[in-house]
Design a protein around this ligand. Structure first.
Ligand code: CO
Length: 189
């Protein structure tokens, strides 16, 4: 397993729509493993392929961070599709591509999601609470949407200065990143 550098806010790939994965291969499983490792190392609970510079519809979520699933490996979801959503709740969210910025976002409380696992078996699960939130956040990434897009125009205006700093690379991050002054897989300090 290897750790991949995470693309920071301002990198255009975060605004691109990822493409449907047509079939499984050994590399896909490896990629999903690497994404899981990258997420863990960065202390995240979810990661989308766009964030590591890849436009396949792949996300990983850390169900080990949820109650009752402690210690379980990250779950990789290929071509995830949110079929339905119920309820609404607000909670503070962050994003590994937008370090040090947390804001309240409204999401469905419970969702039904269909996806393929790395062997390309179709699966359908119901998720609620934090897991449902993480899945919604990561599926957004695959469509080029960031959590800050859910904030009011006023709120975004207030955050503009901090967002500009991130896109200009004027930020310290504890994990390997790709950003303006962090080309490639360099250490960011
Ligand atoms: Co994110």
């Amino acid at each position: 397993m290897s750790t991949l550098p995470i693309y920071l806010y301002g990198q255009s790939i975060l605004r691109k729509k990822a493409r449907v994965v047509r079939g499984p291969d050994a590399e896909l499983a490896q990629f999903a493993d690497d994404m899981g490792e990258t997420m863990r190392k960065a202390n995240g609970i979810g990661l989308a392929a766009n964030q590591v510079g890849d436009l396949r519809r792949v996300i990983v979520v850390d169900i080990g961070a949820m109650e009752e699933s402690e210690g379980k490996p990250p779950l990789a979801m290929i071509n995830p599709e949110i079929l339905s959503g119920d309820g609404e709740w607000r909670m503070e969210e962050g994003c590994l591509s937008i370090p040090d910025l947390r804001e309240e976002v409204s999401r469905h409380e419970a969702i039904r999601v269909r996806f393929k696992d790395v062997e390309f078996q179709e699966r359908e699960i119901e998720a609620s609470g934090l897991l449902a939130r993480v899945i919604q956040h990561e599926v957004d990434h695959l469509d080029g949407v960031l959590f800050i897009d859910h904030l009011s125009a006023m709120k975004r205006k207030l955050l503009r200065g901090r967002l500009n700093k991130i896109s200009r690379g004027k930020i310290e991050v504890a994990y390997p990143v790709v950003g303006k002054s962090h080309p490639g897989e360099g250490e960011s300090r």
